[in-house]
Ligand binder design. Structure first.
Ligand code: ADP
Length: 443
């Protein structure tokens, strides 16, 4: 765009320069030829008066040496009849009608026609009419166009390189801004401002972006604070409700009442899980989620977790595809159990009882990789990374499954704190979730 604009401006300047230059040349030419016509007129006045066209003819012939660009010269009497005439040898004969009829100066094709009256003692005797070849003008035009073309090509090359350098400078800064935005999304640390020392529009953009991020950061902090306080305040009464409901459940013997208590207890447990997730998120945000590292048998933990989920979801078949090899890891057992429970609960939540849930584990170098695979609704390819974000729930509005979108966010944080990785993959039917943990002594 910049190259195009500068070339256009340059071309306009050249055109303007050439037009003025050619116009000046024409004015100069008309002036000098008119002077020549006047001289011829003065010198032929006596010949016209004496009706001696031989003298006039000789004078015109002299033009061949004096002004070789004159292709035709005529002396016309006061009745517009040709008194004397000269046509340069080999010249294309100019339009005789035009010579007789035009007044003043006239540019036609490649010729300039100039006419001047012959006056003697205020008496009009006739006219001198000259036709001049404009080969000089054609030559001037050609050489100027040549210079213009060379300069334009040079300008095009120079402005192309300048634009290239400018573009890479601008795109470097814009790409830096894009990578900062991506970092913000990943780290959720909105308080680290993007740096730009320039004074142009991009700097204004960066400054506005920093101000916006500062506001986002403040509102995130307020939100986190609110979530922390609210979940904390909800936890105490809920624990007491759950306690009373458990007591009632133990005391109640009558069928329908017991059923009601059981339902209330089930909902309370869901609520408890939700509040626990919110509290965990709040702890993660404040950097207070601590790990209690210990050495434990991962295969046992897998069996235990599968057992407890199978109890809650008896209609689902959860199978281990690997063998119990007694592999050990050094990690926070409770937190890794939380990750497994989350992945298995999601597998149950997002599939039907007909779809099998498979758990697999395998050694990969110094790590242990755990896989939880389901045959459920699956996850679109473009959401496989986003689902680990805070409060992210799938976009597919046709499937209404309640959830705050916190479970995977917490799982990711726990696994990352163990220097492991967590990711999801799309399966032909359903999806697979994987996470890795460093093995204890590579057992
Ligand atoms: P939620 O409490 O909403 O389930 P999660 O963080 O556990 O929150 O999951 C985030 C989103 O990821 C869910 O809303 C769901 O769309 C998607 N998801 C998680 N696990 C599965 C799964 N096994 N199959 C299909 N979608 C899943």
């Amino acid at each position: 765009m910049q190259v195009f604009t500068s070339i256009l401006v340059l071309a306009i300047f050249f055109m303007a320069y050439m037009i003025t230059d050619i116009r000046d040349y024409k004015v100069r030419k008309v002036k000098s030829i008119t002077t020549l016509a006047r001289i011829i007129g003065v010198n032929t006045a006596a010949a016209i008066l004496s009706q001696d066209n031989g003298i006039a003819q000789n004078m015109l012939r002299e033009l061949k040496n004096v002004a070789p660009e004159i292709v035709r010269a005529d002396i016309l009497d006061k009745n517009n009849n040709v008194f004397a005439s000269y046509i340069r040898e080999g010249a294309v004969n100019p339009d005789t009608a035009l010579i007789k009829s035009h007044r003043g100066s006239l540019f036609a094709d490649t010729l300039l026609y100039v006419e001047d009256d012959i006056i003697n003692n205020k008496e009009f005797l006739g006219r001198v009419s000259l036709a001049i070849a404009l080969s000089e003008l054609t030559e001037i035009k050609r050489s100027k166009f040549k210079i213009a073309a060379i300069l334009l090509v040079a300008a095009l090359i120079i402005s192309f390189f300048i634009a290239l350098a400018l573009q890479s400078y601008i795109s470097k800064r814009l790409l830096y801004l894009v990578s900062t935005i991506k970092d913000f999304k990943q780290t959720e640390k909105y308080d680290v401002p993007a740096a730009d020392n320039g004074k142009d529009e991009i700097s204004v953009l960066v400054k506005t972006f920093n101000t916006l991020m500062k506001e986002v950061n403040e509102s995130q902090q307020r939100k986190d604070e609110f979530i922390g306080i609210a979940s904390h305040e909800l936890k105490t009464p809920l624990t007491s409700i759950k306690g009373y409901l458990e007591l009632l459940n133990a005391m109640e013997t009558k069928g329908p009442q017991k059923q009601c208590v059981k339902k209330a207890l089930e909902s309370t447990r869901k609520l408890e899980k939700l509040i626990k997730d919110l509290l965990d998120v709040s702890k993660i945000q404040r950097g207070q989620l601590r790990l209690k590292m210990q050495r434990f048998n991962m295969d046992d933990l897998l069996d235990e977790t599968i057992g407890s989920i199978s109890m809650i979801a008896p209609l689902y078949t959860i199978t281990r595809e690997d063998e119990n090899l007694g592999r050990e890891v050094f990690a926070d057992r409770e937190k890794i159990e939380q990750v497994l429970i989350n992945l298995l609960s999601n597998a149950v939540k997002y599939s039907s009882p007909q779809g099998k849930i498979l758990v697999n584990s395998k050694n990969n170098g110094s790590e242990l990789i755990i896989q939880v695979k389901d045959h459920g609704i699956g996850i679109p390819e473009d959401e496989l990374i986003d689902i680990f974000d805070r409060f992210y729930t799938a976009k597919d509005s046709t499937v209404h499954i309640s959830g705050l979108g916190l479970g995977l966010y917490i799982c990711r944080d726990i696994v990352h704190r163990h220097n492991g990785k967590i990711w999801a993959e799309k399966e032909a039917k359903g999806s697979s979730f994987y996470f890795s943990l460093p093995r204890y002594n590579n057992a």
